[in-house]
Unconditional design. Sequence first.
Length: 103
Amino acid sequence: TFPKLMEQPDIMDALRSSWAEKESTLKRSEKRDHEFLKSVFVLVYHDTVYPLLQSVSLPEYKWAEEESEGTRWRIIAEFLKKKPGRRGNSFFFIIMGNTKKTF
């Protein structure tokens, strides 16, 4: 899913802000442990990026199209406000009323 993320800067921005939020809650000793940081980053990625990439309510990213970008930003901002945290990303689909994309 990371290559898909690289094509969508708004979701990358959501990941950046979620990571900054999570990183600010870590202890100094946790920040020095690189393996711990990697595992926490993976959790943040799975809780933030994966649900957004799989959301059917998020329109396809189209560069320089203001209406599409505005809609995407509203959906992403709403998701970040309601983000489930430790409940897991499947909770996102319930609270947002989404169904995930089929294979």
